[in-house]
Design a protein around this ligand. Structure first.
Ligand code: BG6
Length: 489
């Protein structure tokens, strides 16, 4: 059990009327409240341009908790800690008012000057807000000042660098918490335990025993109403630069000498540094891009990406990426890490499949082929692990049959997985940055992704090239087939 340590802080959310705040942040804070991590000594300021009153804001907060109310914890009581401040991020006067309110709440709730700023809004203002927080004296208080920043962290290395520099003028690296919500997922955090707490796993975790690794993040939803953002991003920047490379670094890293933030990050950075840079013509050998066209899913006719709102009817933006990554170090030399992500695919599933090498020869009958050993880490919607093995078919003879050893969180006596955001906010309040991205990781990831993006932006692909409701373009299958493998479904 995690020790319940009460957190004392003022949490200021920029983008307090937004979708993320309503869907994720308020419910997460409520959970921290019902679990006793937040009690009396906390306050939340929501800011946005709209002229809301405190009462109206609190109603919205209570509404966001529909269906998750816990007995004995009155949502109204929770919401009474919330304050609204209409705010124009570019206007100095707005910060003066916000500072007054912050100081007042600091006294009222005895917050010891602890401040957490959460930027949950359009990224073009991140730099402006950070520098104002500094110039208007928000961060010169007795307690801690921490900044949580949502993705996207830039759109390439240059813009990420620029953003980072502007944040660093106000906050030190150890005060900046760059969110990658995948790092808050239960089974992503479990990767280190599965690897480093099990000698039978870690001793096989290398190129002598592993054939290939597959990371799949597939989604059934299309781009929905995010066309404007997505046109600028595409699947490479939206999913590969952050979530997928983070997962790959956790899978590939060496064991840290201690389980501290610094040591873990150090190893992740080393893994990312070993990632083979793919550029020029090689991009076409190692990467496949796709864009969904119309299709019928569950009897419903769905439009293609190019027909979505705010999307160029001739768009060259990819909604699917598959790639073969190589990690050039002693442990992984020669082992492909295949990655795959896309929108409007056949199923919503995030999983990692570790395919082990075949036994040297099949002793059990000429015709009968032996299924390979695969360790599958299910991240969502199921959470758990499955080990695919072979056993003897009961009865006479020596026939083999494949079986699965399963561990699933969703089993009846399983645990309740806390929402990723809840864990990450709690970590930040605790000053634990382990599951946030360090600048070195972000910059290495952009450096890798930029080379691919540059090649793609200079050539037009024959889009759309996959039908909604399928598992992407056939080139993605060829990518693994040419090495003698297939995607693990
Ligand atoms: C976000 C992307 O980072 O992750 C979205 O911007 C994507 O495009 C989402 O849909 C997927 O997250 P999850 O937790 O639903 O797998």
């Amino acid at each position: 059990m995690t020790e319940v340590k009460e957190q004392v802080a003022l949490i200021t959310i920029f983008g307090g009327t937004g979708d993320l705040a309503n869907r994720k942040l308020y419910p997460s804070l409520y959970h921290l409240f019902t679990k006793g991590f937040l009690k009396e000594n906390f306050a939340v300021i929501g800011t946005a341009r709209r002229p809301w009153t405190n009462d109206f804001f609190r109603e919205k907060v209570v509404e966001s908790l529909k269906g998750i109310e816990e007995e004995g914890f009155d949502p109204q009581d929770f919401a009474s800690h919330f304050y609204y401040q209409s705010h124009d991020v570019t206007n100095r006067e707005s910060y003066v008012q916000l500072k007054d309110l912050s100081d007042e709440l600091d006294k009222k709730y005895e917050l010891q000057g602890n401040r957490l700023f959460y930027l949950a809004m359009a990224p073009n203002f991140f730099g402006t807000i950070a520098s104002r927080l500094k110039s208007e004296g928000f961060v010169d208080n007795d307690g801690f000042s921490r900044l949580i920043i949502e993705k996207p962290f830039g759109r390439d290395l240059a813009s990420a660098q620029e953003l980072n520099e502007s944040l660093r003028q106000a906050f030190a690296e150890n005060e900046i918490y760059r969110i990658d919500h995948y790092l808050g997922k239960e089974m992503i955090q479990n990767i280190s335990v599965i690897r480093f707490a099990n000698s039978i796993i870690e001793s096989l975790w290398n190129n002598r025993y592993i054939d290939n690794v597959q990371v799949t993040l597939s989604e059934t939803l299309g781009v929905e109403d995010r066309g404007r953002y997505y046109e600028e991003s595409g699947a490479l920047r939206d999913m590969v630069q952050n979530h997928i490379l983070q997962i790959v670094s956790l899978l590939a890293m060496e064991p840290p000498i201690k389980l501290t933030t610094q040591e873990i990050r150090h190893e992740k950075v080393r893994a990312l540094r070993s990632l083979r840079v793919i550029e020029g013509e090689d991009v076409y050998k190692y990467f496949v891009r796709g864009q969904y066209g119309p299709g019928t899913v569950d009897g419903e006719q769905l439009e293609g990406y190019r027909q979505a709102e705010n999307v160029d009817p001739d768009s060259n933006t990819e909604t699917f990426v598959a790639a073969k990554l190589m990690i050039d170090n002693f442990r992984w030399s020669g082992v492909p890490f295949y990655i795959r992500t896309g929108k409007r695919l056949a199923k919503k599933a995030t999983q990692i499949a570790i395919q082990f090498k075949s036994v040297p020869m099949n002793l059990f009958g000429g015709q009968q082929s032996l299924a390979g050993n695969v360790l599958v880490i299910h991240i969502q919607p199921d959470e758990g692990i499955t080990l695919h093995m072979n056993v003897k078919e009961p009865g006479q003879g020596m026939l083999t049959m494949p079986i699965n050893l399963n561990y699933a969180h969703s089993s009846p006596d399983g645990m309740n997985t806390p929402e990723a955001y809840e864990k990450l906010i709690q970590d930040c309040l605790n000053g634990d940055a382990t599951y946030f991205s360090h600048w070195d990781e972000v910059s290495l990831s952009w450096n890798f992704v930029d080379k691919v993006a540059n090649v793609w932006s200079n050539t037009k692909e024959h889009f759309p090239n996959y039908t909604s409701g399928t598992m992407g373009p056939k080139e993605a299958d060829k990518l693994v087939a040419q090495d003698g493998f297939e995607w693990f479904e």
